[in-house]
Design a protein around this ligand. Sequence first.
Ligand code: GRG
Length: 280
Amino acid sequence: MTDRLRTVVDSVHTALSELFADTWPTPFAEACQYPLFTGGKRVRPALCFAMFDAITGSAGWPPSLVRVATSIELIHTYSLVHDDLPCLDDDNERRGRPTVHVHYDEGTALLVGDALLTEAFALLARQPLPAETIVALIQDLSNASGHLGMIGGQAADVGLDGPVETLDTLRRLHRLKTGALLTVSATMGARVAQADARQLALAQQFGESIGLAFQLADDVLDAEEDAGTDGPPSYVKFLGQEGTSKEAHRLMDTAIDIASQLPHPEHLIDLARFIVNRDH
Ligand code: GRG
């Protein structure tokens, strides 16, 4: 992990801790916190911060930006908790620890996911930003998380839209399931930075390229871990490990070209490289 990412992790950790100290002093809070503090990389908040930096060149992150980024991490965490449930992926372990439904039970995991999802929007709504920025952020995050975004992608992944037989279908699935939340992390950072229309469009394009690159890198890592086993639809099945890795690097280069059109792109470029070259 880079020093920069460590700072992101610490900032999000503090914001999440404050959230629970203020609002949920109950035993259920313990279950809600369990998946939030288990070593996630915080890539989505990092994208949000790096896009803010790229536009403003600011040396620090305002508290409202940290909480906006934290709201995205709440959505990400809820999606993992629900995805791990027996009715979806049925995973017993995440980040080397028992998943929420294994550590507690299925009902608790369902409610923890529901609580984190709901709190994400409550957190956004109470930030001291201009009202039109808050509304735009809520629209951004709900579109990226809902049936036109992450949930739509998850539905396709479990076969609700029919078999995934072509690279185009797989690309669409990934754009929705993983790419939408990564893309919106960039655009939400741009919104808090009060980006103009051109910068917002660049943030969106950067997010789309790096979002897909993230998933391709994930497919390569999964293929290395599960060599020889049958898994869900993945790029590696269509392009092989080398072809998938090459495509991830091509998308990374596209993202870097886009980032270079912003005034202060250094952290954004570093993050794009980390996303594609990470080892977990
Ligand atoms: C169940 C509502 C619902 C949605 C599920 C995103 C998702 C949709 C499921 C996750 C399944 C999965 C493992 C997808 C691969 C890409 C991905 C999101 C990996 C995990 O993200 P990281 O690497 O995780 O950012 P950490 O652990 O660092 O937070």
